[in-house]
Design a protein around this ligand. Structure first.
Ligand SMILES: [Zn+2]
Length: 497
């Protein structure tokens, strides 16, 4: 009988947001610490259940399913609480044969830049050198030496938007079973690069080519997994940046060779890993000039709650009102007070609202004051059906408010706009909108691109920074591209720590 510990724990930390992430932000933690089967949640633990339950000789030992939305550094006490629970369950299990975790990989504590490394190290100390510790990580993980030293198998998502997390978790579980059955002996090698890429979807070159190379490498004999962590540059830590990870069956030379080769390819394309964005007014002009082209999507990339921003930025809302754009919808602007106000007044009522600008008004825009007509109210528990996501993204209650021919959907929770479901739940057909403003930088593309006539990645100030050049880094190791210049023929990693 194999005793296999599973768990899902993570947050992507934006260190440029000074507000700490508390235990409450891992909103499900309290529940999940009690719920041992995790059966009512679409967390990655379900992927582990699906694979492991097929085996009669496996005992599944669930630990936690705690995931917080991206925000500032995590409180030490919250991390200790969740880590302790994982360790306690491991200890009480008596014998642990393997560990399967879904983590983010870019989680920073208030007093430690490497939360995942800390967890792996604690598990390694408790379980010893021989027990396989596997983790699935986000494509934006910042892979550290401590993580590589203490984990056995690290696999990053292949896709951005992240739609393959469940697949990677199942893959990780299968690799663990094959290891325990003695069919394979995974060996992991990595190549870290002095490179901070910006946020580029995996459907776009050159990232598309890199991902295709990973899939091709995985078809090579002895190769078990080949994935890339592009890093999360909004976490200003010494070790942020890109890393290629290759896992082979007992062939360390081949694993290192392939990681190095792919690393070199990425390095040679480094200048293509920077993004372009659209000016707000120029984009509005373009939409107004082409009324037949709808709906258009405006991505409020800088106010993405999926990147550590509050989601209550008002720059785009204010400008659309000033320019009297009709038929647009904003999905969603976080304002729990306004949702409560609309609920109390009821559908059909007119209310005086002050929208947004609660967290960082000087950066994300001051509140917009207006008279709003309450169009509809929804319970909002509809975010992202069909997307095998972590299952923790609940946008909370929603209220659709009509202001001068423009609809603002206010939410009570932090909610990156993954899909149009919340818009539909408010009784609005996205196809009939002139502009759909989404609070997302890339993930929206999975569900919105198929219905959008045109997508504009809008640049207005916010807390989920998209351009590395706009940030002042204190900790990130130097030199690193694009913060520092490198000669065109500079080798990929001579200066990498
Ligand atoms: Zn990510």
């Amino acid at each position: 009988m194999y005793n296999i510990v599973i768990g899902c724990y993570g947050q992507e930390t934006n260190t440029f947001n000074p507000m700490l992430t508390t235990l409450q932000a891992f909103e499900w933690a309290g529940d999940i610490l009690q719920k041992k089967d995790c059966s009512d949640l679409r967390s990655y633990n379900q992927a582990y259940f699906e694979i492991l339950q097929q085996r009669k000789d496996v005992k599944i030992i669930p630990t936690v399913a705690a995931w917080a939305e991206p925000w500032g550094p995590c409180q030490r006490s919250a991390h200790e609480h969740i880590k302790d629970e994982i360790l306690r369950i491991c200890r009480e299990a008596g014998r642990v044969d393997g560990v399967l975790l879904s983590l983010h990989g870019a989680m920073v504590l208030e007093d430690d830049d490497d939360a995942e490394g800390d967890l792996f190290e604690a598990l390694r100390q408790l379980l010893g050198q021989e027990v396989p510790i596997h983790a699935v990580l986000d494509l934006h993980a910042n892979i550290t030496e401590k993580m590589l030293r203490n984990a056995s198998v690290l696999i990053n998502y292949h896709t951005y938007p992240h739609i393959d997390g469940m697949d990677r978790a199942k893959e990780s579980a299968r690799i663990l079973l094959d290891t325990l059955d003695g069919k394979i002996k995974p060996v992991m090698k990595a190549r870290k690069l002095p490179l901070l890429p910006e946020f580029i979807p995996t459907a776009w070159p050159p990232v598309k080519n890199f991902q295709e190379r990973c899939v091709a490498l995985e078809k090579q004999p002895e190769v078990i997994s080949a994935t890339i962590a592009y890093g999360f540059f909004c976490a200003d830590i010494v070790e942020s940046g890109a890393c290629v990870i290759v896992i082979t069956d007992q062939n360390p030379e081949k694993a290192q060779l392939f990681a190095d080769q792919l690393g070199c390819e990425m390095w040679s394309e480094r200048k293509a890993l920077l993004r372009n964005f659209a000016d707000l007014d120029t984009s509005i002009d373009d939409v107004l000039a082409h009324p037949d082209r709808s709906p258009c999507v405006f991505a409020d990339c800088w106010d993405n709650p999926g990147g550590g921003a509050p989601g209550d930025g008002t720059h785009i809302l204010r400008r659309l009102l000033e320019r009297k754009v009709k038929g647009a919808v904003i999905a969603y602007l976080r304002s729990p007070e306004t949702v409560a106000q609309a609920e109390q007044a009821g559908v059909g009522a007119s209310i005086e609202v002050s929208l947004g600008g609660k967290f960082f008004p000087k950066i994300c825009g001051a509140p917009v004051k207006a008279t709003a007509w309450v169009k509809s109210i929804s319970n909002g528990i509809c975010d992202a059906p069909g997307i095998p996501e972590r299952g923790f993204r609940r946008i909370g209650k929603l209220a659709a408010l009509l202001i001068d021919g423009l609809t603002v959907i206010v939410s009570s929770g932090f909610a990156q706009t993954w899909t149009p479901e919340g818009i539909i739940a408010c009784g609005i057909d996205p196809k009939n909108c002139s502009i759909i403003v989404v609070k997302s930088s890339v993930h929206f593309r999975h569900a919105f691109e198929p219905l959008a006539a045109k997508v504009y990645d809008i640049e207005v100030p916010g807390k989920s920074e998209q351009k590395i050049a706009n940030l002042t880094f204190r900790k990130c190791r130097r030199p690193i591209f694009p913060l520092d210049e490198f000669p065109d023929d500079h080798p990929a990693w001579l200066s990498s720590k």
